[in-house]
Design a protein around this ligand. Sequence first.
Ligand code: HEC
Length: 171
Amino acid sequence: MNKRQIKTVVALGCLVALALTTSATGQSTSKLWSGDPVADRQRLMKLNGASWADAQAKLKAGNAEAVAVNAETMALIATQIVALFPEGSLTDKSKAKPEIWQKWPEFESAVKNYAMQAEKLRDAARSKDLAATEAVAKDFGRQACGTCHTPFRVPPPQQQTPAPPQQQQPR
Ligand code: HEC
């Protein structure tokens, strides 16, 4: 093998490595979201429901600090919501109301409000102050989730209503 051949082999190796890296990244992105926005946002919302239920159970047990991770999860979920409601993504499987796209700026403010409330809950929890965390949590279901669900989501009578959860379990 002369120098030129070695160079070619090295260059090819680099190209293969690059191709592998690129396809690995591509794969993980397509695995994260299915490509069906309705299925993806419902999956995300289920995680919302689970995070909020978990936060409430921890508060009931008097563990304010542990709520921070749930609130941070919800704050990150908030950053994904808008992208999962593209125009024209209303199917018969969806519980979204057409008002979302008719009043898009209001929908966006509901998302912003949700992110703000989640951060408020997270910061209260991080301060380890149980009373302060409970004070934010008391209105969270209605103010963070309900503010969006009421105008923008068809309430599903056949499913259990996820929000506001504190109405289901009065403390
Ligand atoms: C900015 C609007 C918005 C906010 C904020 C929001 N949701 Fe939702 N949520 C929706 C919409 C719209 C749907 C219906 C989506 C669909 O079916 O296409 C939904 C659906 C759901 C579902 C049903 C998912 C399924 O399996 O079909 C659950 C559970 C849920 N939300 C929980 C929550 C909880 C808990 C919160 C607050 C912590 C929350 N959501 C905050 C808009 C919102």
